[in-house]
Design a protein around this ligand. Structure first.
Ligand code: MG
Ligand code: NI
Length: 476
């Protein structure tokens, strides 16, 4: 057996959930492989078996404290198809607003709270100051903007859903309560400020980006497929539509795919070293079927956003590369463009004449024994698939989450960063920061398959062929 050494980074800080990164070196000290391990498992798919299907949305929302709204929506849509109903138009619009409010708050959390310290203070910054407090000290406006933007999204979720964490307002057949004129008006009052913040933050990110040319080229920049949901006119959507795959040249590989038939085009592989499955584009097999989802992928598959300011930004974004935008570093900018789109779009929906309609729920008994619901969650396409018995009890459920779909791309990205920045046996905080930063670019939501909270200590180990520790640095 060839001699190899392993660097272990455990656990990764400033992402949600429990995880570990290992970098495998060959005898020459060259990077041979990199793995992103998710080390906890919660088994949601199993323990909902036997539950009444109507409980699924609120049950499934508990998978994640970060993106409960996405699970709520995908789950309710799966239930809609069990009922075989078309939900009332006002409910459809309200669900869209709800989903986009979550995209704003989740993207703000990712960019401002988790990634802006790297961008503002640099990849070699002292980890003790590389956090939102460090940002607050250096550029108070930016930190305050991030907090305000997140609050904007959270307040919409609270107004619509009643409570911020695990709201159960989205139900099979629609939503439980209509929008009140007071809530509509106060949301509309808050949109101009959110819009101004999004514009300001984009200007900041474009200036900041210039200092990261090396990272942009080496942090997850590689050809892959991209997958996302688009409207009939090719526009960006978070709620429904058909699925498109494009390749690295931004050529359409497959179009008009029905998300309800995800199993025709998505394969999943289980690895012994992680609870997170690796999804791939089935027709090409796991070796060539690597694809990315989430903000970068959505902008690569879409022909337009569909709102004026976001479309302007998208046109500029396209100029990075003549092909698809391949650098995962650009997930950050894609996030801000999506925030801009969501604020513009939810403002449009809130001024629709029917938005206060009191008919917001279609009532029915189950009319089908199987249903699939899909939605574009902040991190990418989310699928919920249920089968029920004649009593309406869940017999089978399958979830495909965004983080699993980015798993192959995250592994490849970590390997690329390690190839560029790991030098022999030397472990530096700068290298460690970059490995973590590239993972954070994907904003993995490990809460969706794990459950963890709070700040975690960080450890990186260099292991010899016998598993002996050659070097070790720790962060507290
Ligand atoms: Mg599954
Ligand atoms: Ni989540």
């Amino acid at each position: 057996m060839a001699e190899r050494r392993t660097i272990v980074i455990d656990p990764v800080t400033r992402i949600e959930g429990h995880s570990k990164i290992t970098i495998h070196l060959d005898a020459q000290g060259r990077v041979e492989d990199a793995r992103f391990h998710v080390t906890q498992f919660r088994g949601f798919e199993k323990f909902c078996e036997g539950r009444p299907f109507a409980e699924m949305p609120s049950l499934m929302a508990r998978i994640c404290g970060i993106c409960p709204v996405s699970h709520l929506i995908a789950s309710a849509k799966a239930c809609d198809s069990l009922l075989a109903v078309t939900i009332p138009p006002a409910a459809d619009r309200l669900r869209r607003i709800f989903g986009m409010a979550q995209v704003v708050q989740s993207h703000a959390l990712s960019l401002f709270y988790l990634s802006s310290p790297d961008l503002l203070l640099g990849m070699d910054a002292d980890p003790r100051t590389s956090n939102l407090f460090g940002v607050l000290e250096r550029e108070p406006q930016l930190a305050r903007d991030g907090i305000a933007l997140r609050k904007f999204g959270q307040q919409i979720i609270e107004r619509l859903g009643g409570k911020r964490i695990h709201p159960a307002w989205v139900v099979p057949g629609g939503v439980s309560d209509p929008l009140t004129p007071q809530d509509r008006d106060s949301i509309l009052q808050s949109t101009p400020e959110a819009l101004a913040i999004a514009v300001r933050s984009l200007a900041w990110l474009k200036r900041t980006r210039e200092g990261f040319r090396d990272e942009i080229a080496s942090m997850g920049s590689f050809p892959s497929l991209f997958m996302g949901t688009i409207k009939e006119d090719g526009g960006l959507t978070f709620y429904d539509g058909k699925i498109r795959f494009v390749d690295a040249e931004r050529q359409v590989v497959s179009d008009g795919l029905d998300p309800k038939r995800y199993f025709d085009f998505l394969g999943e592989q289980v690895e012994s070293w992680s609870y997170l499955k690796s999804a791939y584009y089935k027709p090409r097999g796991i070796a060539d079927g690597i694809y990315r989802v989430g903000p970068l992928a959505r902008l690569n598959v879409s022909e337009r956003c569909g709102t004026p300011r976001a479309d302007q930004e998208l046109a500029e974004f396209r100029e990075f590369e003549r092909t698809a935008v391949l650098g995962s570093f650009h997930y950050h900018q894609a996030r801000l463009i999506e925030i801009l789109y969501c604020v513009e779009r939810l403002e449009q929906l809130l001024t629709h004449p029917d938005i206060l309609d009191r008919h917001v729920r279609a009532l029915a008994r189950p009319n089908a024994l199987e249903g699939v619901g899909a939605a574009e969650a902040p991190r990418g396409t989310l699928f919920h698939h249920y089968k029920i018995d004649e009593q309406g009890l869940i017999r089978y459920s399958n979830l495909i989450i965004a983080t699993g779909q980015n798993n192959l791309a995250m592994n490849r990205s970590v390997r690329q960063v390690a190839e560029r920045y790991v030098r022999g046996n030397r472990l530096t905080h700068g290298m460690l920061n970059r490995v973590e930063a590239v993972i954070r670019a994907y904003d993995p939501c490990l809460s969706c398959s794990t459950h963890a909270a709070g700040q975690m200590a960080l450890k990186i180990q260099l292991l010899g062929p016998e598993g002996d520790v050659l070097d070790e640095i720790a962060r507290s």
